[in-house]
Design a protein around this ligand. Structure first.
Ligand code: ATP
Ligand code: MG
Length: 331
């Protein structure tokens, strides 16, 4: 995924180019001061839509310089005129106010979206817990009862014996599958086993179920972790491994959970097909999006490093600070 710095640099460049072009246009078409000012203002407003406060202010600064020295054709604008100086100052103030307002509106909109997402994730967790409980308490028990009754049936004829044996084998396999599904939906052990042991268990279970190999390593993981952080990283692991098994085309994956003094890092790696994360985030399924949202909820960061035919590494990191209810570990 493109880094924040690179995106920001791109915005600064595009904004400066737009102002340079406008300046050239103003000179060539001999636009008057008012028209040039309005055109600059449009660029500043467009820049502030990109949510980058610094680049918007930078662009409006350049616009002021251009207005003062370059843009106005010499015959229509004289900076010696005090009223023009007032106009330039007014332009700068209007630009800054517009940028500030846009920034605030965007912040409020992002907060609203964030809170809806948070609620959605919480609802999803509650639903998962409910379905898992129903599966455990009801469906699994009933299936076990069927197996017991099948085993107690009359096995006098050899055909009946074979059929009953087959049916009870299928039913107990079904019961195991339902149990695994319930486990995945809500991993109740997470709370008392801790994150590292739960992840190890999950990897073992997953590799058995999906017939893949997973190399799990963990290092220095503090315990206990706040439930919110554990649940979030656990779900990232589940989704990343499902994606590896479903899309990578290879059967060997690596998982690492390690803590540094200031953060907890989870990486899930495969050497498979790879993909374009930017594109798939927009057009793919729900998995990548939900990973991203969960990381936001834990104040963490998600990086997906993937190259076609070279494989994929999903890296999730959560800071160990008071924000997440944890003090940094001792180095
Ligand atoms: N490890 C991977 N290797 C190759 N391609 C991947 C990998 N992970 C994700 N992808 C690509 O990114 C797309 C989006 O993934 P995402 O998890 O969002 O959706 P999905 O797995 O298709 O569906 P779901 O909503 O069930 O998770 C996938 O369809 C796949 O093309
Ligand atoms: Mg997926």
């Amino acid at each position: 995924m493109q880094s924040k710095g690179l995106r920001s640099a791109k915005r600064w460049l595009v904004g400066s180019l737009a102002i340079a072009l406008l300046t050239a246009l103003s000179c060539r078409l001999r636009l008057n001061f008012t028209t040039a000012t309005l055109l600059y203002l449009i660029v500043v407003v467009l820049m502030s839509v990109t949510e980058d406060l610094a680049s918007s202010i930078f662009v409006s600064g350049i616009a002021v310089v251009c207005l003062t020295y370059i843009a106005p054709p010499s015959d229509s604008f004289r900076v010696q005129d005090p009223s023009d100086v007032v106009a330039i100052v007014a332009f700068f103030i209007v630009s800054l106010v517009t940028i500030g307002l846009m920034h605030r509106v965007q912040k409020l909109a992002n907060e609203a979206v964030g809170s809806v997402r948070r609620q959605l994730v919480e609802i999803e967790e509650r639903q998962r817990r409910r379905i898992a409980r129903d599966l455990y308490d009801d469906i699994c028990q009933r299936l076990t009862l069927v197996v017991v009754r099948l085993q107690g049936l009359n096995r006098s004829s050899s055909t009946a014996f074979r059929e009953i044996a087959e049916l009870s084998e299928q039913t107990s396999k079904l019961a195991t599958d339902v149990q695994v599904l319930a486990h995945e939906l809500y991993f109740a052990k997470l709370e008392y086993l801790g994150l590292a042991a739960s992840m190890r268990n999950f990897c073992r279970e997953f590799s058995r179920q999906r017939e893949v190999e997973i190399e799990f390593r963990n290092n220095n993981v503090p315990s206990p972790l706040p439930p919110r952080v554990s649940a979030c990283l656990f779900r990232i692991l589940q989704e990343a491994l499902h994606n590896c098994a479903k899309h990578s085309g290879v059967r060997h994956f690596g998982v690492e959970l390690r803590a540094t003094p200031y953060a907890l890092h989870l990486t899930v790696h495969d050497s498979g097909f790879g993909f374009d994360p930017e594109e798939k985030l927009k057009s793919g399924g729900l998995g990548l999006l939900s990973m991203q949202e969960r990381m936001k909820l834990a104040n963490g960061k998600l990086y997906i490093d993937s190259q076609v035919k070279r494989g994929t590494t999903v890296h999730a990191s959560v800071p160990l600070n008071s924000l997440n209810g944890l003090r940094p570990a001792r180095p």
